[in-house]
Design a protein around this ligand. Structure first.
Ligand code: SAM
Length: 292
């Protein structure tokens, strides 16, 4: 990053002024809680560095994190924002960034990340919490094009993404994310760091796609298995596998729940939060084998 660009960004009006002069009062339906603390935006950006490829930011809002990404050396930032008022507010930052920042006005739920980033890119975002997990699950289908995701969630969601087997937070989200990525909780951000402050603490989570999934499994079947078993998380597996077997049968071909236990070596008296991710993969593979 040249000094001229850093100087130009550093000379922009403070974020509070950007918000005020553009009438960017926060809207709940857009999950708008703006992070104005430069120490924290810098810390998030440094956690995502180095920036060797395109950085996609979802929901730049007034541009606090966007400024930090550029100041920390990102040379190709694409920011996707749904709120027209924010797009207008970001115009001076686009000028200051001298070709390093492109803004796309649109809905991140409909944007194909792969088509934006070329072979590999990374996502960095303070996500709108109302659609954060849906976005993350969408990106799990595009991991071939991603080298990392550094994302802020409500802390409780961050805990569910990074949970280990045996913990109360371990569930479908942990299995699907950690099957494909290494997921670590980096640090918390308190409500008062935002304008307006949300009701809950936030956490920055980093997900790095694995070169290969933790174990062989069909993704759709793994989703089905985790949906059914965690849908009955208090039941022992020998009971919930009956539900799984009946829901997974195809063209009337019955699946024997006892056979699923036998084929996988899983203890029928265990509960789903006690299983390892590889166990869920084995179950998905056993269902697949029983259907063919
Ligand atoms: N990055 C800014 C920050 O850290 O201060 C704003 C973060 S705020 C939590 C979420 C941002 O996502 C808002 O700017 C909001 O307008 C935007 N947003 C909400 N829904 C969106 C969607 N479906 N597509 C793109 N942006 C969206």
């Amino acid at each position: 990053m040249t000094d001229a660009v850093i100087d130009a960004i550093a000379s922009l009006p403070p974020l509070r002024e950007t918000i005020r002069s553009n009438g960017l009062d926060a809207r709940k339906n857009l999950g708008q809680n703006f992070l104005l603390d430069l120490n924290l935006t810098g810390r998030i950006a440094r956690s995502a560095a180095p920036f060797s490829s395109t950085v996609v930011e979802i929901g730049p809002g007034p541009g606090g994190l966007t400024r930090a990404l550029l100041m920390e050396g990102a040379e190709d930032v694409i920011a996707i924002e749904k709120d027209r008022r924010a797009i207008d507010a970001l115009a001076p930052l686009v000028d200051a960034a001298a070709g390093r920042l492109r803004i796309i006005e649109g809905d991140a739920l409909e944007v194909d990340i792969a088509s934006l980033v070329g072979p590999k890119g990374q996502i960095v975002a303070n996500l709108p919490y109302n659609i954060a997990t849906v976005l993350l699950l969408n990106w799990l289908d595009q991991l071939d094009h991603l080298s990392a995701m550094t994302l802020m969630f409500q802390k409780e969601v961050g805990q569910r993404i990074t949970a280990s087997p045996g913990s109360g937070e371990f569930g479908r989200l942990a299995v699907m994310c950690q099957w494909l990525c290494r997921a670590v909780m980096l640090f918390d951000i308190p409500p008062q760091a935002f304008v307006p402050p949300p009701k809950v603490t936030s956490s920055v989570v980093q997900l790095i796609p694995r070169p290969n999934p933790l174990a062989q499994a069909d993704k759709t079947l793994l989703e089905d298995v985790t949906r059914v078993l965690f849908g009955q998380r208090r039941k022992m597996l020998r009971a919930s596998l009956k539900t799984l077997a009946s829901q997974m049968k195809v063209k009337g071909k019955a699946i024997d729940p006892a056979h699923l236990l036998e084929a996988t070596g899983i203890d029928g008296q265990s509960r789903p939060e006690r299983l390892e991710i590889e166990d869920f993969c084995r179950l998905a593979e056993a269902v697949k084998a029983a259907r063919t």
